[in-house]
Design a binder for this molecule. Structure first.
Ligand SMILES: NC(=O)c1ccc[n+]([C@@H]2O[C@H](COP(=O)([O-])OP(=O)(O)OC[C@H]3O[C@@H](n4cnc5c(N)ncnc54)[C@H](O)[C@@H]3O)[C@@H](O)[C@H]2O)c1
Length: 417
């Protein structure tokens, strides 16, 4: 078996973490049990470019249990858990190409290694694998039954490709499933972003002015949790409706130019670029901390910060770089501007990834039933219903059932008004 991980001796630690996460992934475990019996994806070649975490390991185990011939690589150079990667190779015999902190060249070599596996189903978190397929291996695209996309930024890229008629294979937007974005983006990013910032800085959030750029699903989650920790939250937005929602949720809303001199901590979650840039850094307070939890490291204009700085203080703590400006003020950047929840913490808790990855596993099974034309597709409603029903059951929560009269009332226009 070929693979490239940091150190196989880390495997036992990784296996412990995989098993611990599995305790909180009951929906995926249920699917794995059925997959073991039915082998619905037997012999199907798959390549997954995902954050190599304990939760992803349990998705990989599930796909393997279903019979898939699977290889994995990282979807971000800083998000790999090296012990988990080792555990996947050594105990579960799943080839992994991922090393935390790998340079750009190795990162792409690893994705190339996955493409060379000749997958007929691919998974992405940010569309890097699918992009490489289109640029370097277009001849392989017609073989792909489907590609699953896990995150908002990836879906935006793929929809743009589809609009320009450049998309050469069918893609399922797993991110757009309610069982994904309502929980993973909001509660997962909400908790793990706060976790990453605290682990990197150990700052007290109570009483801090925290500026959150973007009030989408992720921004809402982080804002909610920061508020819960006693921070004064300021939201910046470019969308009127989202800004209005933030204002009515009780937050201060203002442009970044106004927030820049006020904030103690800045967190970007927009999926956009240059959200914090030169003119904002220039106005920031001494000691301001900037972090990103959006997919790519382009939300903070790091080249502009590097240019402004007269001195760089590398790794003043793990995952913290300081930049001294000519004014004498310092700005601290966390995790090199990459997703802070994965760089400095462990990503989303398993319980929420249970739903995202159950959606991935069942959509893979569904996608292999029929070859579709190139385009962006949505996860079937039945999959969302199955997962939400099972998740509630595993949480010991029951809900009401419509009476026949209620069902009739809700489906007619001439009854009971
Ligand atoms: N850290 C993680 O683990 C994690 C998890 C899920 C998604 N993501 C990523 O987080 C990002 C946001 O995802 P989402 O699901 O919240 O997306 P979303 O589309 O729901 O929200 C993004 C918001 O940012 C706003 N925005 C865009 N440009 C802006 C700007 N210049 N200034 C202020 N606001 C701006 C948009 O109007 C929108 O409301 C994406 O890159 C996504 O891939 C990260």
């Amino acid at each position: 078996m070929q693979y490239d991980v940091k150190d196989l001796n880390l495997a036992s630690e990784g296996v412990k973490r995989i098993e611990w996460a599995d305790n909180n992934m009951p929906v995926l475990a249920e699917i794995r049990k059925r997959f073991e019996k039915e082998l619905p994806i037997k012999g199907r070649k798959m390549a997954a470019c995902l954050h190599i975490t304990a939760e992803t390991a349990n998705l990989a185990r599930t796909l393997k249990a279903g019979g898939a011939d699977l290889v994995l690589c990282a979807s971000n150079p800083l998000s790999t858990q090296d012990d988990v990667a080792a555990g996947l190779v050594k105990k579960y015999e799943i080839p992994v190409y991922a090393i935390k902190g790998e340079d750009n060249k190795t990162y792409y070599e690893h994705i190339h290694a996955c493409v060379k596996h000749d997958p007929i189903v691919t998974m992405d978190d940010g569309a890097d694998l699918v992009s490489l397929l289109h640029t370097d291996y277009p001849e392989k695209c017609p073989n792909i039954y489907a590609s699953m996309e896990e995150t908002t930024t990836g879906v935006i890229r793929l929809k743009a490709m589809d609009r320009d008629k450049a998309l050469k294979l069918p893609v399922f937007s797993v991110n757009d499933a309610q069982t994904k974005y309502l929980f993973d983006n909001r509660y997962g990013t909400g908790q793990s972003t706060v976790d990453g910032i605290i682990r990197a800085t150990d700052i007290l959030l109570a009483g801090k002015k925290v500026v959150i750029a973007g009030y989408g699903w992720c921004g809402r989650g982080v804002a909610m949790r920061m508020k819960g920790m006693g921070a004064n939250v300021i939201i910046t937005e470019v969308d009127h409706i989202k800004a209005l929602e933030a204002a009515m949720d009780g937050y201060n809303v203002m442009p970044m130019a106004e927030a820049a001199p006020i904030g103690d901590l800045f967190v970007t979650l927009t999926g956009n670029r240059d959200v914090i840039r030169k003119e904002h850094f220039e106005k920031m307070k001494d000691g301001a901390i900037v972090a990103n939890s959006g997919h790519f490291n382009v939300e903070i204009d790091i080249p502009a910060l590097e240019k402004l700085a007269v001195e760089k203080m590398t790794q003043v703590r793990n995952f913290v770089d300081g930049y001294k400006l000519s004014t004498g003020k310092s700005i601290f950047l966390l995790g090199e501007g990459r997703l802070i929840n994965l760089a400095a913490a462990e990503g989303h808790p398993a319980s929420v990834m249970d739903m995202s990855f159950a959606t991935q596993a069942l959509t893979t099974e569904f996608a292999l039933k029929e070859k579709l034309n190139p385009g962006v597709y949505y996860v079937p409603k039945e999959i969302e219903e199955y997962i939400s029903h099972l998740k509630l059951k595993t949480m010991g929560i029951e809900i009401d059932i419509l009476t026949p009269e209620q069902e009739k009332y809700l489906s007619s226009w001439d009854v009971g008004t």
